[in-house]
Design a protein around this ligand. Structure first.
Ligand code: ARG
Length: 440
């Protein structure tokens, strides 16, 4: 077994994937990749990943490009590439090359998807590839006096036909070509085909494999998650983005605005990028979603497991006092949880002392992976609001290790004697926690 980790890691990893397997079954994913994937000989690995997705019951539409192959065909025939405002002008001669190049790439992809070698990830694979006249196109027409001829855009997607194919468990492979009711063929871009198809199918995911890792911030750090509004801000901020991002991010926005739940921009250069993006919480590239995936809400008894998972490491380091599951269950209504994409990533509890018009803020914790996102602050502010609603005037915390965090947020160190009477009697003099108070 070529697994470098321990068996325990393997089991833990496999179990962690179970929620994704459950939630992806029967869902529709549109995955788009350029002809480079095939030209670079990288498509075999990607095939293995598609095979896995199909085997898990995901309805797959693959959209391929053919740009390098078209360019090669044009070059061997000495036909020069002609672009107008970044869009290829497809004259009759070029269209001939486009048809040939797209046809070849498609055949190659179909061949690779048909592999079934024993001892390979494709053993026992039984992928049926469907193709057909699913995309109706129309000419782009004349732009600033230049007729783009056979270059087109998607006009209609035959949703019923695509659904029929997927109902039969077939994987649909779309080429960047479309047909017109007059029998003409049009040269389309893969991003147009993929976006229009994802929208028409009301797909759950649209994935673009691109040359770079994802969308970058001004420090060139990867932005892992963007709402539509944030994605629009990235584009208008004009902070330099890789070409692929400029190409695919507007498509991601268009798709998400039209109801596609999530669009992912990931690197085509990382082996298994699709799997890493889909089967982990943090992903590997940039994910665009309609609106924030965070919810701050009162905890319920079902959250006890998640809260315990969050608190245990902090308890083990002595940052928080250990709480048993029973205690947590009993006091669950005092807790608030911060969820990110259905995972509990933060929590806190409020213990009011109405006689003293104050409350203790306890168990404030944020998952390590989500530090520096301002989540701790969001939870704190929420707790302040909750305390105010109960007419309380002061909030206090007992802490041994996180004094600074509270000092920076308006808390001041206070004597143990200032604690509410009932709390004072419970104060653990061995632990020597410091008391920090804040007026609210
Ligand atoms: N695996 C999850 C999904 O497919 C989350 C992916 C998160 N990705 C990211 N780039 N933030 O929806």
């Amino acid at each position: 077994m070529p697994i470098k980790t321990t068996p325990a890691d393997f089991v833990a990893w496999f179990r962690s994937v179970a929620p994704y397997i459950n939630s992806f079954r029967g869902k529709t994913f549109v995955i788009a990749f350029g002809g480079e994937m095939v030209a670079d000989g990288k498509f075999v690995e990607l095939t293995h990943d598609f095979n896995l997705l199909a085997a898990l019951g995901i309805r797959l539409v693959l959209v391929h490009g053919a740009r390098p192959q078209i360019e090669q065909h044009l070059a061997t025939r000495n036909i020069s590439d002609s672009y107008h405002q970044g869009i290829r002008l497809t004259d009759a001669q070029t269209m001939q090359c486009v048809k040939e190049a797209v046809g070849r790439v498609r055949l190659e992809i179909e061949a690779l998807l048909s592999m079934g070698l024993a001892n390979s990830p494709m053993a026992n694979a039984d992928i049926r590839v469907a193709g057909g006249n699913f995309i109706t196109a129309q000419p782009i027409g004349v732009i600033n006096g230049v007729d783009l001829q056979h270059t087109g855009t998607v006009r209609k997607v035959d949703v019923a036909a695509l659904n029929d194919r997927m109902e039969f468990g077939e994987v649909v492979l779309l080429s960047p070509l479309g047909f017109s009711p007059t029998g003409e063929v049009f040269n389309l871009t893969l991003e147009d085909v993929a976006t229009a198809t994802a929208i028409a199918l009301d797909a759950d995911k649209l994935v673009f494999l691109m040359d770079t890792d994802g969308v970058l911030d001004t420090n060139e750090a990867l932005l892992k998650e963007l709402t539509i509004a944030q994605a629009q801000a990235v584009l208008t901020a004009k902070c330099r983005q890789p070409d692929d991002v400029n190409l695919f991010l507007p498509c991601a926005i268009r798709a998400c605005e039209a109801g596609v739940a999530r669009t992912h921009l990931i690197s085509r250069h990382t082996d298994g990028a699709v799997l890493q993006e889909l089967f982990s919480n943090e992903g590997i590239g940039t994910m665009v979603v309609e609106s924030t995936l965070n919810t701050l809400r009162d905890a319920s008894i079902e959250d006890v497991g998640g809260i315990l998972k969050l608190l245990r490491p902090l308890e083990e380091q002595g940052i928080l006092v250990r709480r048993s599951r029973e205690l947590l269950e009993r006091e669950i209504e005092r807790f608030v949880v911060l969820e990110h994409d259905h995972h509990i990533v933060g929590c806190a509890a409020l213990y009011p002392f109405p006689d003293e018009a104050s409350a203790e803020l306890a168990c404030l914790a944020v998952d390590l992976q989500f530090r520096d996102h301002g989540y701790g602050e969001a939870v704190l502010n929420h707790m302040i609001e909750l305390a105010k609603l109960q007419g309380l005037k002061k909030l206090f915390v007992l802490t041994t290790r996180t004094a600074h965090w509270f000092l920076e947020r308006g808390f001041v160190e206070s004597e143990v004697t200032t604690l509410p009477a009932q709390k004072k009697t419970l104060y653990n003099y061995q632990r020597k926690s410091k008391v920090f108070m804040r007026k609210i």
